[in-house]
Write a protein that binds this ligand. Structure first.
Ligand code: SAM
Length: 272
């Protein structure tokens, strides 16, 4: 079980205050090959019938729910997120897509027992303060016949980014929070195994870093994860040095690749 703490208020006030940074990160991930479309991976794991109710925990801007609505799912669809700001796009489009959004935490879901056929947590669980409690809550609101679909980045995700974080730590004495470390590659098992049977699939792809630009743009979305958070001026200095450092890594190795290592887990409540 993770002993690394997360800071929910810092997520709300910082990197998930709006969906701006998330969108830049998504566009960067879209450059990797082979293409991995997480919502399609989620769709493949849903039950066949379309009249199923769906809860998206840590729904961000609500894109996954909109994607599923467009594919003919007809029943209740609800998104919750700890940050109200990040749900703005979904809230603005909620009438068009017949979606409901609510500010709530995964550890205290505002729903009755057995309320949903499907619960999704897409790149969320490592941010949650009490992961075991969140999984108990998801189990409680899920029907015994339901499915829980989890996607996560793994601890091995983006090794070049990790080098950039280490560079910033060594040169500027600024740590950069990396919540992936709170779960790692497979330990999701530890959290699930008492309540769920599950099937885990690794999803990985890579990107050749021919120039520093794209990864630097991605790195730039992480200012708010700094401990302490650097001022705007200091961040400009950091970004300048990060770009130069990244260029030196590319000069040393013109074949430099960044790698995404993620996973999708299909979990079903155990018959107890
Ligand atoms: C990486 S984003 C993923 C957003 C969305 N699921 C997606 O895949 O685009 C993580 C999301 O989890 C939310 N989050 C973090 N901790 C949470 C918690 N304890 N309860 C609910 N949502 C949380 C964040 O506000 C953020 O929107």
């Amino acid at each position: 079980m993770s002993t690394i703490q997360t800071n929910p208020q810092a997520l709300i006030d910082g990197q998930y205050k709006t969906d701006k940074e998330l969108n830049v990160r998504q566009s960067f991930n879209d450059l990797f090959e082979p293409k991995i479309h997480l919502d399609t991976e989620i769709l493949k794991r849903l039950p066949n019938n379309k009249d199923i109710s769906i809860l998206d925990v840590g729904c961000g801007s609500g894109n996954t729910l909109m994607f599923l609505r467009e594919r003919g799912y007809t029943e209740k669809m609800v998104g919750i997120d700890i940050s109200e700001g990040i749900m703005k796009k979904g809230i603005d489009l909620s009438e068009k897509y017949a979606l409901a959004f609510q500010q709530a935490t995964a550890e205290d879901l505002p729903f009755d027992e057995n309320a949903f056929d499907v619960v999704i947590a897409r790149h969320v669980l490592y941010h949650v303060d009490d992961i075991s409690l969140a999984i108990q809550e998801i189990h409680r609101v899920l029907k015994p016949t339901g499915v829980f679909i989890i996607t996560l980045n793994s601890f091995e995700n983006k090794p070049v980014m990790l080098k950039l974080r280490q560079f910033v730590k060594e040169k500027f004495d600024i740590g950069m929070i990396r919540n992936e470390e709170r779960i790692g590659t497979l330990p999701i098992q530890e959290y699930l195994s008492s309540l769920f049977d599950f099937e885990y699939t690794e999803l990985s792809n890579s990107l050749h870093l021919a120039t520093p630009d794209k990864l630097a743009e991605y790195f730039n979305t992480y200012q708010n994860t700094g401990e302490p958070i650097p001022s705007h001026k200091k961040w400009q200095t950091i970004m300048n040095d990060v770009k130069n450092y990244l260029q030196s890594l590319i000069d040393e190795n013109p074949d430099l690749m960044e790698k995404n290592v993620a996973s999708i887990t299909l979990a079903k409540p155990k018959r107890i």
